[in-house]
Design a protein around this ligand. Structure first.
Ligand SMILES: Cc1ncc(COP(=O)(O)O)c(C=O)c1O
Length: 318
């Protein structure tokens, strides 16, 4: 989306698949690089899709993808310019636990592939449903059933794709969150107590380490080490030290009584955690440790230092 040409050039040099987010990208790609033989286009169904969700929002308000007519037009242009292999992509739900929402994406894309064939004569060879498989961030939630998901997709595949002779299509998901999310933890220490209109526990991590709660009010479960089985009879906001009021890992969270020095473990931070981190307010991102199968712990990323923070500044002109 809004890809600069240097990234297209790099992708082409690597032989990577290019996914065009807009019809205007055809001319842009030709001007700055070249058109590959195999290309993909991203679809935005707009108001056709009833069930948007909170993170991506309504497709008609999302910046991604092309309309249906633009996809047909783009494929016609690309075919005339020598492109031979075509794929479709979309991503209309994010962190979705309702399997029907994910199955609906597949149905919508199968119908689009059938329409592409009808309107352009082009056989779509692969369909990428994007990411979107949700995580049970809350203890009362459960993982998406992959059996149910694949059965639902198969059903639409049989009724929509096969009758159109599209049974050879390759299907893909980009489920990064579902793969890495549950296996990361942000470990932080309670360093302050504050009692004003609410009860605050100040910790030594902040939004620079994990943005999701501050950015979208996302829930991340928190355990207080050694107090897992104590009654959750205190209500706290767990806050970091950024000068942003949204710099909180939890709001009005029932937890056992927390003392300074307690270690808090924030769950499911293996996706959109460290990788979304930033240096606002001069904050330094933490080290990352890998818990190995043999129980040993290995540092796989060192903590940032003040030198790192100033490394890109050029003081010679001062
Ligand atoms: C195109 C695309 N694919 C995949 C993902 C990752 O999805 P997930 O949250 O399921 O890892 C995103 C994230 O926004 C995305 O925009």
């Amino acid at each position: 989306n809004d890809t600069p040409y240097a990234e297209y050039q790099k992708a082409l040099a690597m032989g990577a698949l290019i996914n065009l987010d807009d019809i205007s990208m055809i001319a842009y790609l030709e001007q700055h690089a070249s058109l590959p033989e195999r290309i993909c286009a991203r679809y935005n169904p707009g108001p056709l899709l009833q069930e948007g969700n909170a993170i991506i929002g309504k497709p008609e308000e999302a910046k991604y993808g092309m309309t249906r007519e633009q996809i047909f037009e783009a494929f016609r242009i690309l075919q005339a310019k020598g492109v031979r292999h075509f794929g479709l992509h979309t991503m209309v739900v994010s962190n979705e636990l309702a399997v029907q929402g994910l199955i609906h994406t597949a149905k919508m894309m199968f119908e689009l592939a059938a329409d592409v064939q009808k309107h352009t004569g082009i056989t779509v060879e692969f369909i990428d449903f994007g990411g979107g498989i949700g995580l049970p961030y809350r203890p009362e939630e459960s993982f998406v059933s992959y059996d149910e998901l694949s059965q639902g997709i198969r059903q639409h595949f049989e009724t929509i794709m096969k009758p159109h002779g599209l049974g050879q299509v390759q299907l893909a998901f980009e489920c990064g969150r579902a793969i890495t999310g549950p296996y990361g933890y942000l470990v932080t220490t309670a360093i302050h107590h504050k009692h004003i209109w609410k009860e605050y526990i100040g910790v030594d991590a902040c939004m620079a380490n994990l943005m999701r709660p501050g950015m979208y009010g996302a829930y991340h479960h928190i355990s207080v080490m050694g107090k897992e089985h104590l009654p959750k009879d205190h209500i706290y906001d767990i806050s970091g030290s950024l000068c942003e009021n949204c710099d909180k890992f939890a709001v009005d969270r029932a937890l056992p009584e927390i003392e300074d020095g307690d270690i808090l473990v924030i769950h499911d931070t293996g996706a959109h955690g460290h990788s979304m981190g930033f240096n606002y307010n001069g904050k330094l991102r933490s080290a990352e440790l890998l818990l190995q199968k043999d129980g040993k712990v290995r540092q796989i990323r060192r903590a940032e230092t003040l030198e790192d923070l100033f490394a890109t500044l050029d003081f010679s002109a001062l």
